[in-house]
Design a protein around this ligand. Structure first.
Ligand code: SF4
Length: 229
């Protein structure tokens, strides 16, 4: 199989987000672009996986890795918050309450501490499915274990301070990492907010401040104090 050009993909993705500045930041246009790169990535993975599809162990309902710090861009946070706003008010209230509780426990924790706590992501439903699957973060999409037992052992090992390797599908991992960097760098190049934030804290904030999306993206005005309030 021909070697995939990740450098080219990075530059191409940056260009797609580093759109010329306009008077008004068009959030909808950026969200459409984000959607598009995700569906193009899925097609690429399908093409690359031919022949080794069986190597991937990740399956719907497996939630072993959903106990880690997840970094997302502001744009991804807006996409997730908008998706959640389509839920019924009862369902949204449940998610909000899970986010509040999780954020109280995990804010300020580094990656090791977060994993040792073994608190599940607030977006897991009762059956262990990801509630925001269609708009899940690029980080989550990059996780591509080839061995379920290795994942479980790594999480347990971390609790005891032991590092356990997990074999990943390298193409999928690299693809989404590249896209994440491309989106973040492209937004920053366009003068917009390309920083990354912790999934739980950011979405919790955006859910209660839908009116600030455009201002936050165009002025990079979100600060850690906002998330901790
Ligand atoms: S967003 Fe979904 S895939 Fe990512 S950690 Fe949470 S439940 Fe898991």
């Amino acid at each position: 199989m021909e070697k995939f050009d990740f450098k080219h993909l990075l530059q191409k993705t940056k260009k797609r987000f580093a759109l010329p500045a306009t008077n008004k930041t068009n959030v909808a246009q950026f969200l459409k672009e984000l959607d598009l790169i995700c569906s193009e990535a899925e097609t690429l993975i399908e093409q690359q996986k031919e022949g080794d599809r069986s190597l991937l162990a990740c399956e719907p309902g497996c939630q072993s890795c959903c106990v880690v710090n997840v970094s997302i861009t502001l744009l991804e946070g807006i996409s997730i918050a908008r998706f959640l706003h389509q839920l019924s008010s009862a369902d949204l209230a449940q998610v909000t309450s899970r986010l509040d509780s999780l954020w109280r426990d995990v804010r300020g924790l580094d990656d090791d501490e977060r994993m040792m706590l073994r608190r599940k992501c607030a977006f897991l439903d009762e059956q262990g499915y990801c509630l925001i699957y269609p708009v899940r973060p690029l980080f989550c999409r990059s996780i591509s274990s080839t061995d379920v037992e290795q994942c479980k052992a790594a999480v347990v090992g971390q609790t005891f301070g032991e590092l356990q390797p997990v074999m990943m599908h390298q193409f999928q991992l690299q693809l989404y990492k590249t896209l994440f960097s491309g989106v973040a760098d492209g937004l920053a190049q366009a003068g917009l907010d390309g920083r990354s934030f912790q999934l739980c804290g950011l979405v919790r904030y955006l859910l209660s401040h839908p009116d600030r999306e455009e201002e936050l993206l165009s002025q990079s005005s979100l600060c850690w104090k906002d998330l901790y309030a």
